[in-house]
Design a protein around this ligand. Structure first.
Ligand code: MLT
Length: 394
């Protein structure tokens, strides 16, 4: 028996698990501390009413003999795939229903998709980066190379033609930096991927936060992307489904490598290893994409945007450099006084009882930076910023 020794090459615990443990330990030692959590990007507003109503109706359907359903299609019900198709059509991207696969979230599929690729591939990830991209590839023993995202390039690295790569990760709006690629920036990556014969794994989980017109919300807005990109998206941030679990993955029919059609491979993988997202949840997701549902989701996004504005304004007042927050729920700031990011984490936790995410947890270029999320409540975000102001103007 041989275990997968690659697990010895990843950190003992996942970044957000590690932070949760630290906060729990602090809270146990300081039971009276009133801790405000702006660390993990978890939503706080309740589900939109349209989704709740649809899920309640769906639950009742399942309790009646005539409308009961057992296993559903592994790749998702037609009604939800059609709703996603329409959502994309609304911004000029035409998809076929069978190019869309309903999942239990972007994080799962970003890991699962690696089943389609040999271990002997070079993976290119930006640094800093959502740790799932790196950890899932280290677990499989793949070689990882990095594209440096820095304050100098606006945390939007451009491809380096001298760097060979087979699998490329792009997240825009970016987690953790909040930076968003303009069309030309993404087009450069699409051209590079085509030259390399590489595949882009495009994480669009935060697309609904794009406020500025003209910024791409899907990689398929870029010509040629269907031949080189798989897109992952989620209802977590759009409709508050972090606990409800639903997302989708788009694998275009045009995507082929070494004579194999990736759409067909992914269908085979999903029908073998996945039994689909619960019917009730898919009904809720479809309702979130209805005209009324979208209106409600956008109201929630507007609420979080206002939090991002409050965070940004506080940093402006304190003269702290930051990026993000405008087209993203994340504000990425430079730690004051040259502090390293875990030291700043401790300072904020101990002196202000505010939790954020240390940039170093996202990669070496994240050192010296810190991420705050706008997903808290309005009152708690304002209170957190008052505490930060007090602490940093001492
Ligand atoms: C984060 O805080 O980065 C997010 O919660 C990540 C996720 O959606 O898994």
């Amino acid at each position: 028996m041989k275990i997968n020794r690659n697990y010895e090459n990843i950190q003992d615990s996942y970044l957000f698990t590690n932070i949760a443990q630290k906060v729990r330990a602090y809270s146990e030692q300081n039971p009276r501390a009133d801790i405000i959590r702006l660390g993990i990007g978890d939503v706080t507003l309740p589900l939109p009413e349209a989704a709740v109503t649809a899920m309640a109706e769906a639950a009742r359907e399942l309790g009646v003999q005539e409308t009961f359903r057992g296993y559903g299609p592994e790749q998702g019900y037609g009604f939800l795939k059609d709703a996603v198709r329409e959502y994309y059509a609304g911004r000029g991207v035409a998809l076929e229903a069978d190019e869309i696969f309903i999942s239990d979230g972007a994080k799962s599929d970003l890991g699962n998709i690696l089943d389609l690729f040999d271990a002997d591939n070079t993976v290119l990830v930006p640094d800093p980066v959502y740790p799932v991209y790196v950890d899932t590839n280290v677990m499989a023993g793949r070689r990882i190379v990095y594209a440096n995202a820095t304050a100098e390039n606006g945390f939007l690295p451009a491809p380096n033609r001298a760097q060979q790569a087979d699998i490329i990760y792009i997240c825009s709006p970016n987690n953790p930096t909040g930076a968003v690629y303009p069309k030309e920036g993404l087009a450069a990556w699409v051209n590079y991927a085509k030259e390399q014969g590489a595949i882009i794994l495009y994480d669009a989980a935060y697309e609904a936060f794009i406020a500025e017109p003209g910024l791409p919300r899907s990689i398929y807005e870029i010509e040629g992307a269907r031949e080189c990109a798989i897109e992952f998206c989620s209802f977590s941030k759009f409709a508050g489904f972090t606990g409800t679990r639903c997302g989708y993955t788009v694998v275009p029919f045009a995507l082929e490598r070494e004579g194999a059609k990736l759409n067909k491979m992914w269908l085979r993988r999903q029908t073998t290893k996945f039994n689909g997202v619960p019917y009730i949840v898919q009904r809720g997701a479809a309702a979130a994409l209805s005209a009324e549902g979208r209106k409600q989701c956008l109201e929630h996004i507007g609420y979080y945007r206002e939090n991002a504005r409050v965070i940004s304004q506080t940093l402006d007042e304190l003269g702290v450099w930051y990026t993000g927050g405008k087209n993203s729920p994340y504000v990425w700031l430079r730690c004051p006084n040259g502090m390293d990011s875990w030291a700043f984490f401790d300072l904020l936790l101990h002196e202000a009882n505010v939790v954020g995410t240390p940039g170093a947890g996202f990669g070496k270029n994240g050192e010296g930076f810190f991420r705050l999320t706008a997903f808290g409540s309005k009152e708690r975000t304002a209170e957190a910023m008052e505490r930060v102001k007090k602490l940093l103007s001492r």
